[in-house]
Write a protein that binds this ligand. Structure first.
Ligand SMILES: Nc1ncnc2c1ncn2[C@@H]1O[C@H](COP(=O)(O)OP(=O)(O)OP(=O)(O)O)[C@@H](O)[C@H]1O
Ligand SMILES: [Mg+2]
Length: 294
């Protein structure tokens, strides 16, 4: 039997996939995938039994394709499904490793901008000494901040820093970022050295590469830039993907102005957005082949 795919349900019509995933779910069903639905709202409330109540028991191997979950929420989802005889191919530790920068950074360190991080509670602002020590491990010059998962890239005052050695300005940007993330701050603060990428309007032109069991099955644009033509050089990237050891991830790649392709970020493929206008068939076909360890 092909692996099942679990999509998020439409909140108002819980027997249907969320509109955002409806076309992909219909295509997967057409390829013979058993489809089942997750109540993502219940998942974020920690009501895992309710979240999986519509998933038939004994579905066997499965993938999730839906909205982001925290590492703890995913672990709860994995556990509740296992109790029903439904086995997500990505283990909770693998989800966290791909989803959060501290989890994937080690495998990709030579391929991605230099980064340091510190765990924080939501709304906790680190003091200047702590920030200066963190930034002191990175080259001086421009940088950016984000949490373990997301940035506020469209709000420059909460994202970009002209000089990481200027602690007052790093503090200002980091504090603005942390305040605006509010309760949603994921894990803590990440500070990254800035690199010059080819792109337009201040955004790097990114390719999103979809890796299933270590194979690049789709190379497309970033979902924010659906029309962009991209042809990244994957030399060296596959080895880092293999080192991370997760069965289904995405890598967002951008070309530096010196020509080198760099990894902007890694994501768990289950919660990565698929770009409109790109054919998901090769991805779905790769997912449907029963998952097995790398
Ligand atoms: N180290 C860096 N140097 C230069 N530009 C960067 C750097 N890191 C990120 N950027 C720019 O900022 C944007 C947002 O960064 P990133 O992808 O890490 O954040 P995000 O919020 O997780 O985005 P996504 O929408 O892809 O999930 C990137 O698309 C890129 O244009
Ligand atoms: Mg990104």
């Amino acid at each position: 039997m092909p692996a099942a795919i679990l999509y998020c349900a439409d909140m108002l019509a819980p027997r249907r996939p969320d509109e955002h995933y409806a076309a992909e779910a219909a295509l997967a069903a057409g390829f013979g995938a058993p489809i089942a639905l997750i109540d993502h709202d219940a998942l974020t409330r920690g009501e895992t039994a309710r979240a999986v109540a519509r998933v038939p028991s004994g579905l066997g191997q499965a993938w999730y394709r839906g909205w982001m979950a925290t590492g703890d929420q995913y672990a709860g989802l994995h556990r509740a499904l296992t109790a029903r005889g439904v086995h997500l191919a990505t283990a909770p530790g693998q989800y966290r490793a791909a989803h959060e920068l501290p989890g994937w950074y080690g495998a990709f360190a030579a391929l991605t901008p230099a980064s340091r991080w510190m765990p924080l509670e939501p709304r906790q602002i680190p003091d200047d000494g702590v920030l200066a020590a963190l930034a002191g491990e990175l080259p001086s010059g421009p940088g950016m901040v984000k949490d373990y998962v997301k940035s506020r890239k469209s709000e420059p005052e909460a994202c970009f820093v002209d000089d990481l050695a200027d602690t007052a300005s790093l503090h200002e940007t980091a504090a603005t970022f942390i305040e605006r993330q509010g309760a949603d701050l994921a894990g803590g603060l990440v500070v990254r050295a800035f690199e010059d990428f080819i792109g337009s309007s201040g955004r790097a032109a990114e390719a999103r590469v979809w890796w299933v069991r270590g194979e690049p099955v789709v190379v497309g644009p970033h979902p924010d830039q659906p029309g962009t033509a991209v042809a990244p050089d994957l030399t060296g990237i596959a080895a880092a993907v293999a080192a991370l050891g997760c069965p289904f991830i995405t890598t967002d790649l951008a070309q530096r102005t010196d020509g080198r392709w760099r990894v902007i970020e890694v994501g768990d493929g289950q919660v990565s957005d698929f770009p409109r206008g790109t054919d998901p068939e090769p991805l779905l076909r790769a997912l449907l082949r029963a998952p097995h360890p790398l």
